[in-house]
Design a protein around this ligand. Structure first.
Ligand code: GLU
Length: 285
């Protein structure tokens, strides 16, 4: 159970500079922690080595400090922990809950077309299961031969192996039972080019960093269903969740990193004060 002193975090992906939408998320978590005398941690989610850049990570930290946010302890950089994610995943693998998937995007698209469609989940069409039943000897031979593969969770086996119901609490809304299969299917936990996926690394790190209150934009709300399952499988503590509505632009459109006008750097250069920018991000003093 979360005590009166929550541990929250802000976990940006450095694919661009901080903008008003992400500043809103950071301020939301920071305020919740500080008002309750809790801890606020920072984590840079930079596992995607093609899209993330160190210079953006440094600029995000600089913009956060300029906005007046302070954080506790060291900043965790996910890209420094690839070996750790691989080691933890191999524990799930040893339990027979993972399988290598050799499919390309084109293989999956062809299979879905041939089947006349696939149910839609939170991240797109569900994986149709092409590699789920490849015999173990063939799997091992193909992996040993260096064939590129992702690693998927066999979600039916995983759900069968944990005592349910898997209860989750969304602060202010109440509790509900996680039901990840129709939302995620056999989700990827390690990608071909990266030994972790967002879902795996974020759940691993929230547990490792002792996060008791996960806050983030409500576009990621469905992910709770899967994260709760991963926590049950790994025996990790279960935090509470609090998702906030995304900050919208004047026309109601979602703020994107490419909207230069919403960039904190541009606002700084234009002479706005930190208090003004905090107010624009939804947190007037
Ligand atoms: N790294 C994710 C993002 O930038 C946030 C993940 C989270 O807060 O759980 O959208």
């Amino acid at each position: 159970m979360e005590s009166a002193t929550p541990v929250t975090r802000f976990a940006p992906s450095p694919t661009g500079r901080l903008h008003l939408g992400s500043a809103h998320s950071a301020l939301f978590a920071w305020r919740l922690a500080r008002e309750a005398g809790g801890r606020f941690l920072l984590r840079i989610e930079d596992i995607d080595r093609t899209r993330c850049r160190t210079e953006y990570a440094l600029a995000i930290l600089d913009d956060l400090a300029w906005l007046g946010l302070d954080w506790d302890g060291e900043v965790r950089m996910q890209s420094a922990h690839f070996a750790e994610y691989g080691a933890v995943l191999s524990r799930l693998s040893a339990r027979g809950l993972l399988y290598p998937c050799f499919c390309t995007r084109a293989d999956i698209a062809r299979e879905i077309e041939a089947a006349g469609g696939a149910p839609h989940g939170a991240d797109g069409p569900l994986y149709p299961g092409l590699c789920r039943n490849i015999p173990e000897t063939e799997r091992q031979a193909r992996v040993a031969a260096g064939e590129p593969h992702a690693v998927r969770l066999d979600i039916a086996r995983a759900m069968a192996g944990v005592p349910g119901p898997l209860m989750c609490e969304e602060v202010g809304e109440g509790t509900f039972a996680a039901n990840p299969a129709p939302l995620f299917g056999d989700v990827v936990l390690a990608r071909k080019d990266t030994p972790a996926s967002y879902h795996f690394a974020v759940t691993h790190d929230d547990a490792l960093q002792g996060i008791t209150l996960v806050t983030r934009g409500d576009d990621l709300k469905p992910a709770v269903h899967l994260h709760r399952l991963l926590q049950a499988l790994m025996g990790w503590p279960v935090p509470r969740w609090r998702h906030h509505p995304l900050l919208r632009g004047p026309g109601g459109a979602r703020l994107a990193k490419r909207d230069g006008a919403a960039g904190i750097a541009a606002l700084r250069t234009a002479g706005r004060s930190a208090a003004e920018v905090r107010a624009m991000a939804g947190f007037p003093d």
